[in-house]
Design a protein around this ligand. Structure first.
Ligand code: FMN
Length: 200
């Protein structure tokens, strides 16, 4: 039928995630770590946007953002998120669901310090998701931050940090001919993971 291997149900989901991400790093034209992140208000109204995955280990999946942004405010009242990676070049998707926890300030400081100077100034100057009366206001705020910090260290803004998604479910989806796709979902049961194949 097809020489695409079926998803190995004996795989560790984090190892399988790493293998698929590694394939995407080779095949995607840019941002293989881009993912859609869905949040919802406390009464369940969803919103979704793209973010970059900035860390993953057996604890979970980390992204960074402005805590007072729309997503930041939604996460404060409802910690449940859904993540979606879709790699067109590989015809694969991965869905992840679970609550978030805040990363430690040490971890956020270390990641913030690794960003380019302009990215750090941007985080200082941007009131993400709030109305901006004109682009020049933002440019003036960037210039003010630039002059304030000069070549010295730029402290991480108090409203900028990271979240770790603690996965309760991780689903792998592989395209196969004639839409006879392959799906397998790992769900967390305490410290162990159960796996099951799903109809496409
Ligand atoms: C490929 C891509 C990657 C992005 N990565 C981030 C990110 O890592 N952090 C972030 O705050 N915004 C990122 N953005 C911008 C978000 O999509 C979004 O515009 C912003 O976070 C505000 O979302 P909100 O108003 O729902 O809070 C990215 C956008 C794209 C298209």
């Amino acid at each position: 039928m097809s020489d695409i291997p079926l998803i190995d149900l004996k795989a560790d989901p984090f190892a399988l995630f790493a293998a698929w991400m590694s394939d995407a790093e080779t095949s995607e034209p840019n941002d293989p770590n881009a993912m859609a992140v869905a949040t919802a208000t406390s009464d369940g109204r969803p919103s979704v946007r793209m973010l970059l995955l900035k860390g993953v280990d057996e604890r979970g999946f980390v992204f960074y953002t402005n805590l007072e942004s729309r997503k930041g405010r939604e996460l404060l009242s409802n910690p449940h998120v859904a993540l979606l990676f879709h790699w067109k070049s590989l015809r694969r998707q991965i869905r992840i669901e679970g609550p978030v926890e805040a990363v430690s300030s040490t971890e956020a400081d270390a990641y913030f310090a690794s960003r380019s100077r302009m990215s750090r100034l941007g985080a200082v100057a941007s009131e993400q998701s709030r109305p901006l009366d004109s682009r020049s206001t933002f440019e003036e705020r960037l210039k003010a931050a630039d002059e304030k910090y000069g070549e010295g260290p730029i402290p991480r803004p108090a409203n900028w940090s990271g979240f770790r998604v603690l996965p309760e479910a991780i689903e792998f989806w592989q395209d196969r001919p004639y839409r006879l796709h392959d799906r397998a979902v790992w769900t967390r049961d305490g410290n162990r993971w159960n796996v099951t194949r799903l109809y496409p």
